[in-house]
Design a protein around this ligand. Structure first.
Ligand code: FE2
Length: 248
């Protein structure tokens, strides 16, 4: 496999067939829907926005946050601190972080597999041990979150709404990592997106946890956040090394 930037016969741009540009434009113009074909009624996105707005207003919610089957004193404290109004926000966010860290383990395993496949063709800026350490950090974070949910009496195996949405958001990254055609650079860029989200999400969770007076979780959460900051630095550094190496 080349590094993905070798010149080739790419026909996606207009420059590959300048003589066809005019006919392509005509084709697109002819296919404007009749109801907006008058010059003063050209589509400007407002109709699409109106449809999206209607659906968003009428849609059912993605899911619900399961409330603790057993009310622990810790959860009662969350309810009381947050005014008994939205204790589920903390449970939802803990579930989201747990889901993201679980998928993070799989992302790193996919990167380890990709690196093993490419190691015979290019120099890696990291060792397998480096990647395994990052993967194991994500796994450790997942267990921290499961323990936090369990100690609140919440169900750490439940998929909360935020967890479900984050799984959809990260699914594109998994596709990049597992596509046989993607290069090391493509994969490191996908990992950087995941790690930046990890870092920001731990910051938010720490603020929410402090707000709910759940200080017993903060030391481990801060340690996880510090780990994530180190992950961002490492992935960013490796990405820079590989890209600059390819440009030379
Ligand atoms: Fe991470």
């Amino acid at each position: 496999m080349d590094d993905g930037t070798e010149p080739g016969f790419n026909r996606t741009g207009a420059q590959s067939s300048p003589l066809s540009v005019h006919s392509m434009q005509l084709y697109a113009d002819e296919r404007v829907p009749e109801e907006v074909s008058a010059p003063d009624e050209m589509p400007d996105g407002k109709e699409m926005a109106a449809v999206r707005c209607d659906y968003a207003v009428e849609a059912e919610r993605i899911g619900s946050v399961p409330m603790p089957g057993v009310l622990t004193s810790a959860f009662t404290a969350v309810v009381s601190k947050l005014g008994a109004r939205k204790p589920e926000v903390l449970v939802d966010k803990l579930g989201e972080r747990l889901a993201f860290e679980r998928i993070g383990v799989r992302l790193y395993q996919a990167l380890i597999d990709k690196a093993a496949a490419l190691a015979t063709q290019q120099r890696m800026p990291f060792s397998v041990d480096d990647l395994q350490r990052l993967r194991d950090d994500e796994l450790a974070h997942m267990h921290v979150l499961a323990s936090a949910l369990d100690s609140l009496g919440a169900d750490s195996t439940a998929q909360t709404p935020a967890a479900a949405v984050s799984a959809v958001a990260i699914s594109g990254l998994m596709q990049v990592l597992t596509d046989p055609r993607t290069t090391l650079v493509h994969c490191l860029e996908a990992m950087l997106i995941a790690e930046l989200a990890d870092d920001a999400s731990w910051e938010l969770l720490i603020s929410l946890t402090a707000e709910a007076d759940q200080d017993q979780f903060l030391p481990q959460f801060r340690s996880a956040r510090d780990n994530e900051k180190a992950h961002v630095r490492q992935i960013r550094g490796w990405l820079q090394t590989v890209v600059l190496g390819e440009a030379r």
